[in-house]
Design a protein around this ligand. Structure first.
Ligand code: CA
Length: 226
């Protein structure tokens, strides 16, 4: 899951990014409204955490502009002020949730999970299944044919993406956008290395292979691959 965090206070931004990274989210930080709007318009995110008081362009204006463009990405607004008028304005502008600073990280995480669950990208179930492979989105453990498989954070992100899009061709760009932040160099072979390791873990001891390479296109998760 890839998150955009628009926050000008460095300490707060670092604190949120660290916590989210520990929970296997990939986070891009925008330190002002201009960069926040640019990233929200040009990159794909599963959710946006948006501070309202920002240099250059304020959070509510960013929210209004991305909603006007028809983007329905879930947004949590952050603000130092808990004023009711601002809350109402935020919800009118298309915010999904609201958090007043200072807040505990656990609360942000709970709200983030809730809006991700409500958004169309994440199924209500926390256990993804495909053929005899299952992936628990809470414990981040995979299981195939009764054997538990431990995944690294990147392997988890890639496998989750493959399972959410099973039997569809997944390009390297799509994997990059779902599992890396925007500074990632797409020309590198890092994705192939992670896929190779993931494949060893998932398919290494199995007769029926699930992860396949589509030459010149990308990858596919498919049980009856021909
Ligand atoms: Ca601020």
């Amino acid at each position: 899951m890839r998150i955009l965090l628009v926050e000008d206070e460095k300490k707060v931004a670092r604190f949120i990014k660290k916590g989210l990274a520990e929970n296997n989210y990939v986070v891009d930080i925008a330190p002002d409204g201009e960069e926040g709007l640019f990233l929200a318009e040009t990159e794909l995110y599963d959710a946006i955490i948006l501070d309202l008081m920002l240099p250059k362009i304020n959070g509510l204006d960013i929210l209004k502009r991305i909603r006007k463009q028809g983007k329905n990405v879930p947004v949590i607004c952050l603000t130092a002020k808990g004023k009711i008028e601002e809350k109402i304005e935020g919800f009118n502008a298309g915010s999904d949730d609201y958090l007043v600073k200072p807040f505990r990280f656990a609360e942000l995480l709970a709200r983030l999970r809730a809006i991700l669950k409500r958004s169309k990208n994440v199924p209500a179930s926390t256990n993804l299944k495909y053929a005899d492979l299952s992936l628990n989105q809470l414990t981040r453990q995979a299981e195939r044919n009764g054997h538990a498989i431990t995944l690294t954070s990147k392997e988890y992100s890639i496998l989750e993406y493959l399972m959410l899009n099973a039997e569809q061709i997944i390009t390297r760009t799509m994997i990059t956008e779902s599992a890396w932040d925007y500074s990632f160099d797409i020309m590198s072979n890092v994705i192939d290395v992670h896929i190779k390791r993931l494949r060893e873990k998932i398919d290494g001891n199995e007769k029926i292979k699930l992860i396949h390479t589509m030459r010149g296109m990308g990858y596919v998760l498919k049980k009856d691959f021909k």
